[in-house]
Design a protein around this ligand. Structure first.
Ligand code: FAD
Ligand code: NAD
Length: 467
């Protein structure tokens, strides 16, 4: 039996990054993946394919709505949806190929098949042909990620009632789409189809979209997505979803308890994801799960079995690729005897709609609840010259700073390129910048980043210049 210093189960952004860091630190490393393609949810059916379709659909939308104003006249503009999906597949293939290369470069053994704990330190790998291989591991990292969640009464048939995985691979452009869940997946994929001409209705249980983010962001984004033609049924409790052959019927109760029906050719269920621990054989080694089915870990991301660690979507915390990556590196360094650190408060969150939404640190609601004495600064993109030049004037940047010390506690952006701009806020907050610090730094003109500086000026005594 081959012996390894560390065996990692799952090749998503948590697992493959962990494998690379372990190899860099001189550990003999194996990576187990049940699919032929490496990269996990993120590369195959998550971040990368969704961003490919988001970019393609945004190009179409811009061409349709803004190009004439820019002085560009296009004739017979139409969507070639099959080509759009094909390009997405090629982007995924290239990205996945990059991970194969990185594994070879770092001399990591990749073992394809379902990994499971057979006994202490022995991992069994069962291939598609049921062939079994066993390896011995001094340490194991569980990085098995998550899978789409649903509601107890919904049958995901993958034909009409679909998850994000199928929504990334449709054969046709839906005429109508119902999205259950106004969270990240529902809004990203909903806006892909809305831009391409699909009539999209989002049915959300809470009274606003992206309900876990600062409420100003949900309100701003709603305005923009409504302009795109998306409809929102908020405070609606879905109670029945029926595949009627060529359509899907969704029944929900509105705020007053009145039954409302929606019919469309597809229904995307996007109500969250659940940790994936199926067939891992955790019971054979006694690894504990928490009350939400996640692998329980301590601050060192170590399970109750000391030589077994867990990272990424399969443990508590935000289900984000970059959070999984941080934890992959963290665990490799912990196993190497180092003392790394992750500040979970400073892991940014992004919604890749247009405008994009990006945030780091505390929301206004969290500061209120914690009774922190805070102040708010904000700046709208409609007052930005750069945004006017590119016709991207929706949204704003909001800065929350401690009213006594001026330290920035949270930054919330809804606007063009917010996904990239949030990095400045992360750097600032890592170094415990005050709003004054940012407001004294030169920001190139004209850029969208000037809006961040203006919002910090607004936070420090209403000194914004361009409004
Ligand atoms: P995963 O990426 O889920 O990887 C786990 C891997 O383990 C899988 O390949 C699985 O096949 C394998 N596996 C499971 N069990 C076994 C076993 N027993 N044996 C062998 N292999 C096994 N996050 C972002 O940060 N930004 C985004 O833009 C973003 N967009 C997303 C869009 C969509 C549509 C979805 C669904 C998710 C998106 N996410 C995004 C979330 C992101 O994909 C996850 O947070 C991330 O992939 C988690 O990484 P992970 O390594 O923990 O697990
Ligand atoms: P989510 O938690 O973001 O949103 C789920 C939404 O469904 C919430 O708004 C919730 O209120 C709503 N909901 C729950 N039950 C409902 C019901 N019965 N009826 C109507 N609405 C209901 O989950 P998601 O959008 O499925 O995404 C799953 C995970 O994937 C998220 O944790 C997210 O972090 C990750 N993800 C991240 C990105 C990104 O970083 N850009 C993109 C996609 C997915």
């Amino acid at each position: 039996m081959e012996k390894y210093d560390v065996v990692i189960i799952g090749s998503g952004p948590g697992g493959y990054v962990c494998a690379i860091r372990c190899a860099q630190l001189g550990m003999k490393t194996a990576l187990i993946e049940k699919y032929n393609a490496l990269g996990g949810t993120c590369l195959n059916v998550g971040c990368i394919p969704s961003k490919a379709l988001l970019d393609s659909s945004e190009h179409f939308h811009k061409a349709k709505t803004d190009f004439t104003t820019h002085g560009i006249d296009l004739k017979d503009l139409k969507v070639n949806f099959k080509q759009m999906v094909q390009r997405k597949r090629e982007v995924v293939e290239q990205t996945v190929g990059g991970i194969d290369y990185l594994m070879k470069k770092n001399k990591i053994d990749v073992l394809h098949g379902m990994g499971s704990f057979e006994s202490a330190n022995v991992i069994k790998i069962t291939g598609d042909d049921s062939k079994e291989t066993k390896v011995e591991a001094a340490r194991v990292v569980i990085a098995t990620g998550s899978k789409p969640g649903s509601l107890p009464f919904i049958k995901i048939d993958k034909k009409r009632v679909i998850t994000s995985t199928e929504a990334l691979e449709l054969n046709e452009l839906p005429k109508k789409l119902i999205v259950i869940g106004g969270g990240v997946i529902g809004l990203e994929l909903g806006s892909v189809y809305a831009r391409l001409g699909t009539e999209v209705t989002v049915v959300e249980y809470m009274d606003g979209i992206i309900p876990t983010m600062d409420s100003t962001m949900g309100k701003e984004l709603t305005k923009s997505l409504k302009k795109l033609g998306m409809k929102f049924a908020l405070s609606h409790k879905v109670k029945e979803v029926t595949n009627k052959g060529k359509t899907v019927l969704v029944k929900a109760d509105d705020k007053k308890g009145t039954e409302v029906s929606f019919e469309a050719d597809y229904c995307l269920v996007a109500v969250g994801r659940i940790p994936y621990t199926d067939k891992l054989g955790l019971e054979n080694v006694g690894v504990k799960l928490d009350n939400r089915g996640r692998v329980e870990v301590n601050e060192q991301l170590q399970t109750n079995v000391p030589y077994i660690y867990a990272i990424g979507d399969v443990i508590k915390g935000a289900m984000l690729a970059h959070k999984a990556e941080e934890e992959g590196t963290f665990v490799a360094e912990v196993m190497n005897g180092e003392k790394p650190h992750i500040d979970y408060n400073l892991i940014p969150g992004v919604v890749y709609t247009w405008p994009e939404v990006a945030a780091v640190g505390k929301t206004e609601e969290q500061l209120k609840e914690a009774k922190v004495n805070y102040k708010v600064g904000s700046f709208p993109f409609k007052a930005s010259g750069r945004a006017r030049a590119s016709m991207d004037t929706d949204g704003l940047i909001k800065v929350l700073a401690n009213a006594d010390t001026d330290e920035i506690l949270g930054v919330h952006m809804c606007g063009p390129r917010a996904a990239d701009m949030i990095a400045e806020a992360v750097v600032g907050m890592e170094f415990r910048a005050t709003a004054e610090d940012i407001s004294r730094m030169s920001h190139a003109h004209p850029t969208f980043t000037e809006a961040f500086r203006e919002a910090t000026l607004d936070a420090t005594g209403k000194r914004a210049i361009h409004i």
